[in-house]
Design a protein around this ligand. Structure first.
Ligand code: CP
Ligand code: NVA
Length: 308
């Protein structure tokens, strides 16, 4: 693996498959024990500019389970780029810790941390990407469907960090993906281009449509995310109007396959992008995805730190 895990573009298909094998191994109750102390005396710096439930807990619990210690640095602790520059923060943290994870507003901040830090840096969500979530999502798909390619993956929602990372992963692994999205809120052109280049090699198709029924029709996997991401709260009302017809409710979900998985990175805004009758239905695997954050990230940490 490369030194850092900033984007799905940082890993090859073989590396993703290897990480899944390792994640399944560390998840397995019998084998888990062999990784219990591999990070003894090691420290992870966890830099957060935004709130979190799953990311903070899965990284902190995961690092502890591997024998190390994680330090939470919240928005008021180091004030990324305000109290001191991002390069200086990187050049301090890498003298005291063994690995850094960061959740930032700007993707550029994570890239800068990686550039100036001698220890590995993991993207724990930026405005452009959320690669750790997508690793957990595809691990979940593998567990439920037995494969991670050649199916129809419908993402219902805005062009954002989630849709970008999911498109890259679909292109890389050979999943056919369609984004059902309101006009003017499509994923960034650059992500579409790179994802399509990857898809050309893997034999997959990546599409965008403004028609929600076309997007969800016969889908094997239906994924949604909040319409307004962290940092976009001021646009909540405007986005709610634009996205209402993409709401994943029971009626819309009937257009997907009967055994379609419902997925969501969480937190869910119930009654907005998804209704209770879908997120609480037998098709929903949202808490499996949440749990898999722990296992997938432990695999990423072990490989980056060369401890497995
Ligand atoms: N899915 C996810 O990243 O959740 P948090 O924002 O709670 O960390
Ligand atoms: N797109 C969402 C994902 C949250 C995990 C956000 O950035 O707020």
């Amino acid at each position: 693996m490369k030194k850092d895990f900033i984007s799905i573009q940082d890993v090859s298909k073989d590396e993703v498959l290897d990480l899944f094998n390792l994640a399944i191994e560390v998840k397995n109750e019998v084998k888990k024990g062999q990784y219990r102390n591999v990070l003894n005396q090691m420290t992870m710096a966890m830099v957060f500019e935004k709130p979190s439930l799953r990311t903070r807990v899965s990284f902190e619990a995961g690092f502890t389970q591997l024998g190390g210690h994680a330090i939470y640095l919240g928005p008021n602790d180091i004030s990324l780029g305000k109290r001191e520059s991002v390069p200086d923060i990187a050049r301090n943290l890498d003298r005291m810790t063994d690995i850094i994870m960061a959740r930032t507003f700007s993707h550029k901040s994570i890239k800068q941390l990686a550039k100036y830090s001698k220890v590995p840096v993991i993207n724990a969500l930026s405005d452009y990407e959320h690669p750790c979530q997508v690793m957990a999502d595809y691990l979940t798909i593998f567990e439920h469907k037995g494969k991670i390619d050649s199916m129809k993956f419908a993402f219902m929602g805005a062009g954002n960090n989630m849709s970008h990372s999911l498109m890259l992963m679909a292109g890389l692994m050979g999943m056919n993906m369609i984004v059902g999205c309101a006009e003017g809120y499509e994923p960034a052109e650059s992500y579409l281009t790179i994802s399509r280049e990857l898809a050309e090699k893997s034999g997959a198709k990546i599409d965008i449509t403004n028609d929600p029924i076309k997007a969800i029709k016969d889908a094997d996997i239906v994924y949604t995310d909040v319409w307004a991401s962290m940092g976009e709260e001021a646009e909540k009302g405007k986005r709610a109007k634009a996205f209402m017809k993409y709401q994943v409710n029971k009626e819309l979900f009937t257009h997907a396959k009967d055994d379609a998985l419902f997925m969501h990175c969480l937190p869910a805004h119930r009654g907005d992008e998804v209704t209770d009758d879908v997120i609480d239905s037998k098709n929903s695997v949202v808490f499996d995805e949440a749990e898999n954050r722990l296992h997938a990230q432990k695999a990423v940490i072990l490989r980056l730190m060369k401890k497995a």
